[in-house]
Design a protein around this ligand. Structure first.
Ligand code: 5GP
Ligand code: ZN
Length: 116
């Protein structure tokens, strides 16, 4: 359920500090330490899953909870008024740095599309 080498698992366990903005029994949302937009929040499942490739049918409800949490964070922070982007990077070419599934929630300025 938890990976002792994983930085996001350490945040879930309270071993690394983070600015937590929202929490449910299965998900956690906190501010990105190196924000790429005025609002940059990461929404993660509390249990360790390395990437979308590791998902199976067993995780369908968890992924629903993950996106419901992302939506709730956006509404709580008022990001839905001007809009926001949700991004899930998977693997090297997408620039995935942390091998624990996370949804980036980006907002607060016009966001370029498509990304580079
Ligand atoms: P990825 O490139 O894997 O999609 O995104 C990983 C994100 O995690 C990056 O935006 C990076 O800034 C963020 N990050 C990495 N380590 C930490 C940390 O210890 N705390 C927080 N809050 N964010 C982190
Ligand atoms: Zn993890």
């Amino acid at each position: 359920m938890s990976n002792s080498f994983c930085v996001f698992c350490k945040i879930v366990q309270g071993e690394i500090p983070a600015t937590i903005v929202y929490e449910t029994p299965t998900t956690l949302a906190f501010r990105d330490v190196n924000p790429k937009a005025p609002h940059h929040i990461l929404v993660i499942p509390k249990r360790h899953l390395s990437s979308l490739i590791d998902l199976s049918g067993d995780h369908e409800s968890l992924m629903g909870e993950l996106f419901s949490s992302a939506r709730q964070v956006a509404v709580d922070q008022g990001l839905h008024i001007t809009g926001f982007r949700t991004v899930v990077n998977t693997g090297r070419d997408a620039g995935q740095e942390v091998d624990h599934v996370h949804v980036h929630l980006l907002a607060g300025r016009p966001l370029k599309w498509p990304p580079g």
